[in-house]
Structures are given as C-alpha cells and as structure tokens.
Design a protein around this ligand. Structure first.
Ligand code: NAI
Length: 464
C-alpha cells in the first residue's frame, strides 16, 4: 500500500492536467487509469483522432474542389482508408505517449487498472489499496444510449463516435442521428470521403443552443458540402440486417413513420457521466438529478476529501473545461485559490469552416430583457479569407448597449476556433468592443474580421 496526498481517478484532459498541477504544487500524486494509454476519451477516441481525420479529409476536399482554380492541375488523390486510419493512430500515439512522458517528468505515479473507492481516503486498484488525503474523480463520460437503438461498434453497422473512427471501409450511405458537435464533425469526415450522409435531428436547428445566425449559416454551408438534413425528426429505433441498418423516425409535424436505409448509422445524441464501478452509492456520494456527481464551488463532493471534475460533474462536456477544473482543484488542494470562469468557456466545432462561440447568445440576452448591440462582419470582406477560398461566414460580437462591454461572440469561418480566443481574453478583462476595435490587427489576417465586428458595434466596420 502506498500513501499519497492526492489520487486522481481518470487520465483524460481533466485528470492528467490536475495531476501535473498537483505535482507542480508539491503534492505527492498518483493517477489511476485502466486504459492501455493515457489521455482518456479525448486523446484516444475523441477530439484528437477526429481532428486527424478532419484534417486529412479537408486536404482531400481542397484537392478535389479548389486546386484546379489555383492552377494546381492533375488527378485528385485517391483515398487509402487504411493508411488514413494509420495516420490517425500515429497522431493518437504521439499524444498519449506525450502524456506518459509528462507523468514521468512530474513524478506522478500511474496506477494501472480500474479504480474503486472502498471508503473515504482509500483507492483500490486491482489487489492494491492505496491511501490518499484527497481523491479527485475525473472519470469522464460515455455516449448515452438511445431507446430502441443498439450500438455495436464491433459489427460496425450501428456505431457511436468510437466505432465511427474505426470503420472497416467508407460507407456508401451513412445516417447520422443527432446534429450536434459529434454528428457534424464525423458526418463531415465521411461526406468528404464520398459517403452519402443524411443527418436526422430532433430539433429544428443544428447545434441546439448555439447562436441562431450561426445555426442557419452553418446548416446552409454543410448542405452545400453535400450533407442532407432531416430536421424536427425523432428517431425511434434502428433495425439491422447482417450488412445494413434501417433508421425509423417520426416527424414532429406528424404523419406516418419514415425510414432510411444506411450501411452505417452513427448515433451522436449526447454523452452521459461515467462513474461505474467506483462505488459511489456505497459511499453515499450525492448526485444531481441528471446523474452527475454533485459538487460545491470548490469541486468538493459531500464526502470528505472527495472531489470531482470534468464531464462527470455539471457543465459543458468539453476537454478544456475539465482541464481548467483540474488546475483549479489542484490549487484548492494545495491551499491556494482555484478559480474557473464558467462565463468564458469557448465551444468549437472543427468542421470547415470552423464554428466557435463564447459567452451569452443574442437571443438569451434579449430574453433576459438586456439591451444589447450586435456587431457583425462577413468574411467576404476579409482579403485573407478570400485568398484561401474561405470567404463564407462571419464574426458576430454582442455587447451591452450602454457600457459596450462584450457579453458574447460567435464566429463561423476560417480558424474560428483560434480567433475566438481574442474575444475570450477581452471578456476575461471586462473589455469593451471599442478596446478590441482600437487594437491594431495585422494585415492580412483573419483576425481583422474580429476587429471589424468590434468596429461594427460602434461607428461601423470599414470593409462592409
Ligand atoms: P450533442 O448534445 O452536442 O448533440 C446531440 C444531438 O442529438 C442534439 O442536437 C439532439 O437534439 C439530438 N437528438 C437527441 N435524441 C435524438 C433523437 N431521438 N432523434 C434525433 N435527434 C436526437 O451531443 P454529441 O454531438 O453526441 O456530443 C456529446 C458531447 O461531446 C457534447 O457535450 C459535445 O460538446 C462534446 N463534444 C465536443 C466536441 C468539440 O468540442 N469539438 C467534439 C465532440 C464532442
């Protein structure tokens, strides 16, 4: 039995970042992980592999659609799907071994296996029980089940996001259930690879909760890229044969049950917290009514010395939110003041174009009765974007009508996921749109569009 200041359960972005920060702050730290590699869902079967496939297929799209007009003539590349998956696996390997290196560098012990918490202050891994002054649960989330739909990633007909990264071949027809982040990112990958992709979504807009202007533009652009959408449709079940799936859905507007045939059905209808096998029931850990571990403002559960962060607690299920909580709880455990500003957590969809949002939406603010001003600038007026065939989309900044303080922003366009951080920093500093507008932005960059949107909150953008 070993004794630690902190044992962290789960080595995803929340857990491993927490471990590094604990070690940096002088705490004797161990991390428990049952997977063969560190990095959790994000590095092994989530954010990182999907970005590798998005990158490779974006290159293909560029070659097929934009090379000729730039004078790059010749045959488009053909797809070697096994090689593309090998490239993705290599990217995963580089990242997961990077995390292992960081654990060693920071002298964090990796306890290999699946953890349980037999009593407060104790963590059991395999046959060994370890003592810890504090325990941090960072066990993440898993895809949530849809009634009437049985996912079988091995069989490869009805798959979740994990199965969709390992399909034996590119399907001819794919049905995606759910027009959320996962459905649109992976749907884009397969559409670019030549699959006929139909997305079935219960709500009337893609990415529920997102800025309405962005939702409309995003759907229109994806349609132009070849995705078909069936909106306002509730999937009720999927039947399978040996080689095909049949998706049954009912339109909310009424009518008979409809069905769609597919070689592969991707279920992307959300994720749920995962804490199986930890023994939370026996410990008396309080959960929220949505099944998340309930925590206070310092990520403490109702059990002494037991903390929780990331997807397993409330808030957006995002790697960077988990990372921030990981750092903050480490500070708390080291007797410092950990803090996360939940009002400034960006959300990004890594399609082409990218979509990125932060803070409040225009609609939510108006519903609260706030007087707001909106500054918008289209990438069509941005020279750099046009030079790289990415003139679609816009930057939108929402400010308080009286104080000009930035309350939220939404971007759809080139490198939106990077551009959004200028506005995140501005919001952290309580900046006004004028502060951004008065900051010199290099030409020619995409970030000039951010400045133009800020100018549009005042006397007007220059290039529109
Ligand atoms: P999501 O919650 O983003 O979207 C699920 C969609 O499925 C919703 O639009 C919902 O209305 C729809 N839906 C639910 N039941 C349905 C039914 N019976 N018929 C038709 N449509 C139905 O969930 P998603 O995309 O699975 O992602 C899960 C989590 O992972 C999210 O919290 C997301 O933020 C996170 N994630 C983030 C990424 C990023 O930051 N780029 C990438 C991938 C995942």
């Amino acid at each position: 039995m070993a004794s630690y200041d902190v044992i962290i359960i789960g080595a995803g972005p929340g857990g491993y970042v927490c471990a590094i920060r604990c070690a940096q702050l002088g705490l004797k730290t161990a991390i428990v992980e049952g997977r063969e590699t560190l990095g959790g869902t994000c590095l092994n079967v989530g954010c990182i592999p999907s970005k590798a496939l998005l990158h490779a297929t974006h290159m293909l799209h560029e070659a097929e659609h934009n090379f000729a007009s730039m004078g790059l003539k010749g045959k488009s590349p053909s797809v070697d799907w096994d090689q593309m998956k090998a490239y993705k696996d290599d990217v995963i390997g580089q990242n997961t071994s990077g995390v292992e290196f960081l654990m060693k560098k920071n002298k964090v012990d990796w306890l290999k296996g699946w953890a349980s918490i037999p009593e407060a202050g104790k963590v059991k891994v395999g046959d060994d029980t370890h003592e810890a002054k504090n325990i941090v649960i960072a066990s993440g989330s898993v895809p949530s089940a849809l009634p009437g739909v049985e996912v079988d990633n091995e069989k490869g007909i009805v798959v979740d996001s994990t199965g969709a990264l390992e399909l034996p071949k590119v399907p001819k027809k794919m049905v995606v259930i759910g027009a959320g982040v996962i459905g649109l990112e992976l749907g884009s990958v397969y559409a670019r690879l030549g699959a006929e992709v139909t997305v079935v979504e219960y709500m009337d807009a893609v990415c529920p909760g997102m800025d309405k202007d962005v939702q409309r533009t995003f759907k229109r652009i994806l349609e132009k890229q070849g995705l078909t959408f069936i909106m306002g449709a509730a999937v009720q079940g999927v039947e399978t044969t040996k080689t095909k799936g049949k998706v049954k859905y009912q339109l909310k507007s009424g009518g008979d049950e409809n069905q769609l045939d597919a070689d592969v059905v991707l279920v992307a209808t959300g994720r749920k917290p995962y804490a199986d096998g930890l023994g939370l029931d026996a410990l008396g850990v309080k959960l929220t009514d949505r099944g998340q571990i309930a925590t206070d403002g310092h990520w403490a559960t109702n059990v002494n010395g037991l903390y929780a962060i990331g997807d397993v607690i409330e808030g957006p299920m995002l790697a960077h939110k988990a990372e921030d909580e990981g750092m903050a709880v480490a500070e708390v455990l080291a007797g410092k003041h950990g803090h996360v500003n939940y009002g400034v957590i960006p959300g990004v969809v890594y399609t082409t174009p990218e979509v990125a949002t932060v803070g409040a939406t225009e609609d939510a603010l108006k519903a609260e009765g706030r007087r707001v001003k909106v500054g918008k600038f289209n990438f069509m007026g941005n020279g750099r974007a046009k030079a790289v065939h990415q003139g679609e989309g816009f930057v939108k900044i929402i400010t308080d009508a009286e104080t000009d303080r930035i309350l939220g922003a939404a971007i759809i366009g080139p490198s939106a996921g990077d551009l959004i951080h200028e506005l995140c920093v501005a919001m952290e500093f309580g900046a006004s749109a004028e502060d951004v507008a008065l900051t010199c932005h290099a030409h020619p960059t995409y970030s000039e569009a951010v400045r133009e949107a800020a100018l549009a909150c005042g006397d007007g953008a220059i290039h529109s």
